[in-house]
Design a binder for this molecule. Sequence first.
Ligand code: KG4
Ligand code: ZN
Length: 342
Amino acid sequence: MKILAIESSCDETAAAVVEDGRKILSNIIASQAEIHRIYGGVVPEIASRKHIELVAQVTDAALKEAEITLSEIDAIAVVFAPGLIGALLVGVNFAKALAVSANKPLIPVHHIRGHIAANYLEFSDLKPPFLCLVASGGHSHIIKVTGYTDFTVIGRTRDDAAGEAFDKAARVLSLPYPGGVEIDTLAKKGDTKAYSFPQVTFEDNPYDFSFSGVKTALINKVHTIEQRGEELVREDIAASFNEAVSEVLCEKLFLAAKNLGESKIVVAGGVAANSMLRQKLSDRAKNDKLQLFIPSIKLCGDNAAMSASQGYYEFLAGNVACDSLNARATLNVGYNFKDLCK
Ligand code: KG4
Ligand code: ZN
């Protein structure tokens, strides 16, 4: 079964064709990062307008690269939640029109479910159940994945997402947007022990995260150094900050795995590209004798191949959209499909 997927939840306009949820036939991504960089972050209105300009082009390119015509596609998947509402609406309306005109089923895909499915593209034998950490620009979740369409959130951030904290930290260090990869690069040249950053634990849920404290601590440290006229060693700040964020992500994930008796760990989302986090997870998994799955860097960030993969499993579960499907800015990853089309 060949699925064409469209993704426009943030600042990447993407389209891809995937066969049977596992084999990438094409994966086209038009990133708007260059445009948003001028403003230091994503400007929602600009993102929506750019999606309108690009969505048809990337779809054509995805079909062309997969050497397939629209009539040979079996279903169209689209990311409908969560994300920037204007941006999502572009993809949803385009995919709806395409599905109606080509007489194909339309499959709604949750963005976070898509991130997790990136692992199915990378690891052909990977199947649920497993425990998953999703860390992106908008989310930081620990999720129990009991089936391809069965998700239970057991931990989440109570304020900023990990990626958001990376991006804000980068801004304070005068690094360009998106800042995660910039901090990652700078951190390799710094001392992880130069500064200490606070770790937060919650008595009512040991798997919940908080990243606003560590972000504020970084801002305060940088201001103090500047006010005292001291030298700001950005490499050391980046390394210590990266250490704090990756340590807490790793720590809580493995704590959950231990307490819940999970032996398979899956990691997903843009922040999963972070080299320090990848190293920590790999060391910890070896130490705890757990199986670890992390997609290659190119599948960690937003792309439509991951949405097509999840779309395949949604289709197998019978989760085909009704005419009234709408975009949603927020939606729990564990949503019940029946509630979508009431
Ligand atoms: O999943 P994603 O592409 O988009 C969202 O769904 O948000 O994640 C983007 C986030 C951004 O905050 C970006 O700075 C972060 O992932 N990111 C990284 C790295 N690469 C991307 N954070 C840390 N280290 C990286 N190497
Ligand atoms: Zn994402």
